[in-house]
Design a protein around this ligand. Sequence first.
Ligand code: PLP
Ligand SMILES: N[C@@H](CCOP(=O)(O)O)C(=O)O
Length: 517
Amino acid sequence: MAAPHIFRSSFLSTQPLPHNSSAVRAAPQSPLSIRATATSSDASAPIKHRRTEENIRDEARRHTSSHNFSAKYVPFNAEPTSTESYSLDEIVYRSRSGGLLDVQHDMEALKKFDGEYWRSLFDSRVGKTTWPYGSGVWSKKEWVLPEIDSDDIVSAFEGNSNLFWAERYGKQFLGMNDLWVKHCGISHTGSFKDLGMTVLVSQVNRLRKMNRPVVGVGCASTGDTSAALSAYCASAGIPSIVFLPANRISIAQLVQPIANGAFVLSLDTDFDGCMQLIREVTSELPIYLANSLNSLRLEGQKTAAIEILQQFDWQVPDWVIIPGGNLGNIYAFYKGFQMCKELGLVDKIPRLVCAQAANANPLYLHYKSGWTDFKAVKAGTTFASAIQIGDPVSIDRAVLALQNSNGICEEATEEELMNAMAQADSTGMFICPHTGVALSALIKLRNSGVIGPTDRTVVVSTAHGLKFTQSKIDYHSNAIKDMDCRYANPPVHVKADFGSVMDVLKKYLLSKDSKVQ
Ligand SMILES: Cc1ncc(COP(=O)(O)O)c(C=O)c1O
Ligand SMILES: N[C@@H](CCOP(=O)(O)O)C(=O)O
């Protein structure tokens, strides 16, 4: 079985080869042409990627190799003259001056390989079960955590999420023909948080193996970060601790950390209160902080942006619309797009839109004020409960992302976001209220002509609708005070006899098709 071995060593190795070497000139073959080579002696024989006695981790162990890629923490948006930096193996969340940190990659080392090289490498890893590249995050390992041993990685093969062409929704409600929804919520724990959590928990796994003082991992959460943290920690056998604002998250979200064995604290405060507490606690106890204040998370989340480009065959969309709360994700998307531009995979980046609930809109207010002094707000109740955040930790990151992408911030009222969600669902989706916020922003920007009918636009769907069924039940029961639930579709209660059922059905069919008698 020599051929599959060649396939592995040239395409699945962690070590990219210089782009002027003959080995790399062969690399851009498609996976299909590789398959043909691998099976040329017996077309019907299954391709064997690993020895019978080994699992995918064992197989990855045989292929570890050295390379020159590295990354470190630096102060976020530091002066070019700054020399402050920290190893990723240090436990540090803030710069010396108390500011945010950022993970900085050795771009010179990455630039030794051209854009075509990286595109081919990433493309060659999609749709495989090779450890760890079967993950949409780890298929970009060199750009994420280049130095981690594949053996330390904790992954559920997250990412590679559906980029859905919203044909009917776009046409019917917006007169658009190139509208897409990136379903980041169709994922292991039902939200985009998996993308960042695989990175953070993998690094924790590495730190614990190095005997660093990490007894558990903790977060404050509006429901999705806690679900992802608990699942990845459970998978690696690491204790997780989650701080939840009592009665402010959905039942489906609450049950996730409970089921995964996390230590769950339900606190009589809001998310911002929980965030403050977890920051204080993690500075006193050997609990590693898993919120996006920790810039490791964003390294995983940025891969969703790279994935969008990849799914469009490396064509750049005009707009990407993202719901924002603690504001790490908008920066993660910016960073992913920007890296692709800087490393020559694409020649521009899309315009970014951050969408907030009007009841929790500190970034929107800051944007509207022309980026004058930022003021945190007291976040009000919103059906988009996962973004009910008034004092976002990543405010500076979000401002930079919008300013550098010619971006826009929009807001959505409760009625707007719920109606947008119902309209989208009526065309076959089943989205969460946060995606409803993003769609409301799109509706406003289409109505004002900022987004054109043929602009290629991607709306990022951040969580699975099944986590937020109560909001849909309330809407479709017309049970929301002061809300015109215009697209409510309540069930019809009918007597259980043939005549009654026939009467109701005929009436229904008549309303749909005049040919029915
Ligand atoms: C479902 C969902 N959508 C959007 C967001 C906003 O992401 P970010 O906090 O990175 O702005 C969150 C979390 O905050 C979320 O859980
Ligand atoms: N929506 C988030 C809020 C916390 O965001 P994080 O990205 O900083 O962890 C959640 O689900 O908890």
